[in-house]
Design a binder for this molecule. Sequence first.
Ligand SMILES: Nc1ncnc2c1ncn2[C@@H]1O[C@H](COP(=O)(O)OP(=O)(O)OP(=O)(O)O)[C@@H](O)[C@H]1O
Ligand SMILES: [Mg+2]
Length: 208
Amino acid sequence: MTTGRFITFEGGEGAGKSTQIAMLADALSLRGVPHVVTREPGGTPGAEALRNLLLNDAFDWSARTEALLFAAARADHVANLIRPALADGQWVLCDRFVDSSRAYQGGAGALGDEQVMTLHRIGSEGLLPDRTLLLELDADEAARRAIVRDGGGGDRIGARDAAYHARVGQRFRQMADAEPDRFVSVDAGGSADEVHARIIAALEPVLP
Ligand SMILES: Nc1ncnc2c1ncn2[C@@H]1O[C@H](COP(=O)(O)OP(=O)(O)OP(=O)(O)O)[C@@H](O)[C@H]1O
Ligand SMILES: [Mg+2]
């Protein structure tokens, strides 16, 4: 049985996380590595239901309520999908995880990092990824990509102002600097193939 690895993709809107996670999944398939692809918030039926509540602009959640809902969605996802898949020897590729809560709700929102991590300990026993790929892209280029994709409007959180998103990017960078053994900062500029090659190079030490 292979050793399951828990790999998360982080970064701001439009950096290329979903594109790169699909390309990594294809590369793992070619190598015969069993894996699941999942996303946050969501990944399980219960967590997807919470996702709809979180990203729907019919609700004006407070920063605290939002952080609790993210932690609740993650708890269901960790218990019912992520831990079982890892125990089964599968790799788990997850589009965003607790570091997004730390950056968005913890850094750029009203809560601090310590409070977000406390919720994560309560909800998910503090599970952390084996590797976190932080896709870093210039804000203007990310906005251009998002416009090509969907007009760039974004969801309830994606639509927040540029200063909020700049704080998010800064927090991601601080986390990567503080946890160099877990985070790999990946230059997300250039073609999708170029970024993919950087990701494979970064994961080579843990790839079977
Ligand atoms: N290297 C690249 N060069 C040019 N365009 C790209 C590249 N990677 C992805 N794209 C395009 O940019 C857009 C945003 O990419 P993607 O949806 O993968 O980003 P994301 O990080 O998942 O965004 P979100 O946080 O909003 O989910 C898509 O239209 C995608 O096809
Ligand atoms: Mg995406």
